[in-house]
Design a binder for this molecule. Structure first.
Ligand code: F6R
Length: 600
């Protein structure tokens, strides 16, 4: 969950590395550091606890020179955030420096072995062993030393290495952690993700697991563990710089919430032909239509998308759908069903549990379809088939536009499988981007509501069917960025226990978009109000069932009730965002969290 960057070229590298780290800060922000080799072949390391601004200040006070360097922004796993635990880590003579994203599972064993060979460790991290092992294997050939080192590592890693003796080289390697190489005319860069590369180039190469690349300013050579050279195509990224910048918004999260009409429109366009008919690539259509059982999985927000999809697909297509959280599915006994396929959902396509699940399913022979937002990510390369959401880069830690575009992609699958009403469903889907915009035009209403309610200590979301899935997603969003204790309940379950928690300090948000269940929801709202709670209802325009029960009603444009999640969740996203801002938090970088969970 850390971010790593590297640069080798003709320009001074320190500012380039700092700018690149700024674009990766969403991956971790406990500490940051850079290591640069000077013209006089001296390794200069600057690293410090805290946000990137601390490192920028440190580099201003103690500048570094040189045009080959690496950088790191950390989300701590092994060892508290501190100057010493920050990356880059060096060997004892401080001539080799390494940045690492991932977890070295056998680090204790390696540490003990290195200590026996008289290595003194300075940090508590698992990563430091990598620097000492490279030094141990180094005999004038950095590529060889890195290759021998990674043969001894268990776990996950993306690493970048520089060495005083070979100032014209940057060596990188990966296994189960992302790493992208950016190709320019007179420089080569690496990063954990695409955004830091965009201001330099759109030409990229991806490393596969257990590959090592040797980078010079004008060349890249990729090798496998046996030392054989591998040819890899250069690909072109379609995102532009603007997509990875705040563009005048106070936070990435608000920008990404507001980008949803475009992201939804772009995602849908990729599924329609010129006449506006639904069109899937033939192989994916055959795979989906041939399935008698669907298994859908993902983590966190992506799992909530899977949950919504299960209600929608079962209702419109009568295909049985099983939904399991990826971090559970990978460990449980999965009984393979007849003609079963699995859809794996992941914004980043790098989530460790989702990728481990994919590999487990493939070993069972279950065909896999990935839904992801990142071209070239691990999930897209390992799944049998892939469908991309067109959300553009999602930088804020809390997922927003990735979620609604995942939903839209899943809804197109439902429409493809629909037994009836396909054109009505398609019309409803086509209206969603515009309806999302209508909702966003009223964002001040939610901002005002958050300004009055942000200091509520307990916020419960409740709903039935798809509204229950969106209750879970709404509670997750609120807790992760506002740190408010929020929970979600299937509304019918309230009286089986959770209602004991309801008192006058509770805000209950009732999602009410299922017409057949309006009166049931109205009873649930009355129950919580009778215990002193304040009730906000989210329902469609022109619904008056709740006029005399709710303290406040927020109305969303009328759509097919199964597709309401795309609209109702935008209300929750905005509510969570404004509560976070009211509390003085940084919604883009919530405490203890990082985007792209590449550890288990
Ligand atoms: C919540 C959030 C996380 C992610 C989860 C999976 O706002 O962003 O719950 O949804 O970590 O990430 P991906 O989709 O990248 O696999």
């Amino acid at each position: 969950m850390c971010g790593i960057v590297g640069y080798i070229g003709k320009d001074a590298s320190s500012q380039i590395l700092l700018d690149a780290l700024r674009r990766l800060e969403y991956r971790g922000y406990d500490s940051a550091g850079i290591a640069v080799i000077s013209e006089k072949r001296k390794l200069q390391v600057r690293k410090i606890k805290g946000r990137l601004s601390n490192l920028e200040l440190l580099v201003q006070q103690k500048p570094v020179t040189g045009s080959c360097g690496i950088g790191h922004t950390r989300w701590a796993t092994h060892g508290e955030p501190s100057d010493l635990n920050s990356h880059p880590h060096t060997d004892v003579s401080q001539s080799i420096a390494v940045v690492h994203n991932g977890i070295i599972e056998n680090h204790e064993e390696l540490r003990a072995w290195l200590e026996k060979h008289h290595v003194d460790f300075v940090s508590q991290t698992d990563s430091e062993v990598i620097a000492h092992l490279i030094d141990f294997h180094y005999n004038g050939d950095l590529l060889l030393a890195v290759r021998e080192t990674i043969k001894r590592l268990d776990g996950s890693y993306a690493i970048a290495v520089v060495c005083e003796e070979q100032p014209d080289l940057l060596v990188v390697a990966r296994k189960d952690s992302p790493l992208v190489i950016g190709r320019c005319d007179d420089a080569t860069l690496i990063a954990s993700d695409v955004p830091p590369l965009l201001s330099h180039t759109k030409k990229v190469q991806y490393l596969n697991d257990l590959e090592i690349a040797v980078l010079t300013k004008d060349d890249v050579k990729i090798y496998n563990l046996d030392g054989d050279e591998i040819k890899r195509d250069i690909e072109t990224i379609e995102w532009n710089m603007e997509a990875a910048e705040k563009c005048g918004y106070e936070h990435f999260m608000l920008k990404e919430i507001c980008e949803q009409p475009k992201a939804l429109g772009d995602t849908l366009r990729h599924k329609l032909d010129k006449q506006g008919n639904l069109v899937f690539p033939q192989d994916i259509e055959t795979m989906i239509k041939g399935a008698k059982h669907l298994l859908i999985t993902g983590c966190g927000t992506a799992y909530h998308a899977a949950m919504v999809a299960s209600y929608v697909i079962e209702q419109v297509a009568s295909v049985p759908v099983e939904v399991v959280i990826a971090s559970e599915l990978r460990y449980k006994t999965h009984i393979r069903k007849e003609d079963e396929i699995c859809i794996l959902i992941s914004q980043s396509g790098e989530t460790a549990d989702t990728i481990a699940t994919l590999r487990m399913l493939k070993s069972l022979g279950i065909p896999t379809l990935a839904i992801t937002n990142v071209v070239g990510c691990t999930l897209s390369r390992e799944a049998d088939k892939v469908m991309y959401t067109q959300a553009g880069p999602e930088i804020a830690v809390a997922s927003t536009k990735a979620f609604t575009t995942q939903l839209l992609s899943l809804f197109t699958i439902a429409a493809l499988l629909a037994k009836a009403e396909q054109s009505a469903l398609l019309d409803a889907l086509k209206n969603l981007p515009g309806q999302a915009q209508l909702l966003l035009d009223r964002l001040e209403d939610i901002q005002r509501f958050a300004a009055n309610q942000f200091n509520k200590t307990k916020v419960f979301f409740m709903g039935r069917l798809v509204d229950y899935a969106i209750s879970l997603e709404s509670a997750l969003k609120l807790k992760e960025i506002s740190y408010t204790h929020s929970e979600a309940f299937a509304a019918g379950e309230l009286k089986h226990g959770p209602i004991a928690l309801v008192d006058t300090s509770t805000l209950v948000v009732a999602l009410c978009t299922q017409p057949a269940l309006y009166t049931k929801m109205d009873s649930n709202i009355k129950e919580v109000k009778a215990r002193g709670a304040t009730a906000l209802v989210i329902t469609f325009e022109e619904v008056h069932t709740f006029d005399h029960t709710a303290d406040m009603i927020f109305r969303i444009p009328k759509t097919h009730p199964l597709f309401s999640p795309i609209l109702s969740v935008i209300v929750s996203q905005l509510y969570a965002y404004y509560c976070s801002v009211q509390k003085g938090n940084d919604p883009d970088k919530p405490r203890n969290l990082a985007k792209s969970v590449t550890v288990e």
